[in-house]
Design a protein around this ligand. Structure first.
Ligand code: ATR
Length: 277
């Protein structure tokens, strides 16, 4: 029987078949001149901890964790960085001294870095976030501690309330409902909903935007995402999908593993050229 080769670094999630992460880490590996194997591994929904423990017992040195396991990963880590503790969600593991598993979350710094690269964010911006799932949990601390105020608009009010309750100690955060009456114009709108949503009927935020509003979709795909299509339809001038965030969060994982922060711009450029993002 052929021997199963276990990579030293891997992405675990469900589904991960179309993930760009192996390609990104291959480019990082070349760039920083450290050879590391990184593969994506699709795992069943029910035995996450067994799989992670056996990965680290064999070759595993580091891992990325994606949906829907980030909260499970938070519970499994032996130790946590500050950002993982605050977000209660982990997207990066590192085995330390062959003894324990450290959990980190690089999503927040990944998003903030990309917004800065695009010049889409300034301190004291008011930001509207669409969605209140796991993806939002990972980014709130970075946005609030940068100095921005955040409003959350979500289908299920209770999920938004829970986040506001947990994160209001870090800055100005409140809830917006479809029926809220406000004259406020948001500087930046971030889409953190994960499905194909009808933005016209589900999110009535046309009155909340100005000609200067920036739009950022944490999702990405070949061609425009449904959210970006909606932004274009309402006349948005400044919009971006989340491919840059993906590369930045990967760069910060690479930094945790190898102590070198790779440059992201050439990698974003390569991905965009290759896939026509
Ligand atoms: P993730 O953990 O990746 O953030 P998620 O938890 O499945 O993904 O949900 C992401 C967000 O998309 C949630 O805020 C969810 O709203 P609920 O809190 O009401 O579940 C939102 N969402 C998913 N499908 C939706 C839909 N059809 N209409 C509106 N919001 C939707």
């Amino acid at each position: 029987m052929p021997k199963l080769i276990i990579p030293d670094y891997a992405l675990f999630g469900n589904p991960v078949n179309h993930s760009k992460s192996p390609q990104i880490h291959k480019l990082f590996s070349k760039q920083i001149d450290i050879l590391y194997n990184y593969e994506s591994i699709n795992i069943p929904m029910n035995n996450f901890s067994d799989i992670i423990f056996s990965f680290f017992k064999s070759n595993g040195k580091g891992a990325n964790i994606t949906a829907p396991f980030k909260e499970k990963a938070y519970l499994l880590a032996d130790r946590l960085t500050n950002s993982a503790k605050i977000s209660k969600s982990v997207n990066t593991f590192k085995k330390i001294n062959n003894k324990y598993i450290l959990g980190d979350n690089t999503d927040g710094i990944g998003l903030l870095s990309d917004l800065l690269r695009l010049h889409f964010i300034e301190k004291h911006f008011s930001i509207l976030i669409l969605g209140a799932g796991g993806a939002v949990r990972g980014i709130l601390f970075s946005l609030l501690s940068f100095g921005c105020s955040v409003s959350i608009l979500n289908r299920t009010l209770l999920h938004a309330e829970k986040l506001v309750f947990e994160f209001n100690q870090f800055g100005k955060i409140d809830i917006l409902t479809k029926n809220s009456t406000t004259n406020k114009k948001f500087d930046l709108i971030i889409n953190a909903t994960s499905r194909n949503i009808n933005y016209e009927t589900d999110f009535f935020c046309v009155s909340l935007v100005s000609s200067k509003t920036f739009f950022y979709d944490m999702n990405y795909q070949i061609g425009y995402t449904p959210f970006i299509n909606w932004c274009i339809k309402i006349g948005a001038k400044y919009f971006s999908d989340g491919i840059g965030m993906l590369v930045f969060q990967a760069a910060h994982s690479c930094f945790l593993w190898h102590n070198i922060l790779p440059s992201v711009n050439p990698v974003i450029k390569t991905l965009k050229k290759k896939d026509n993002f």
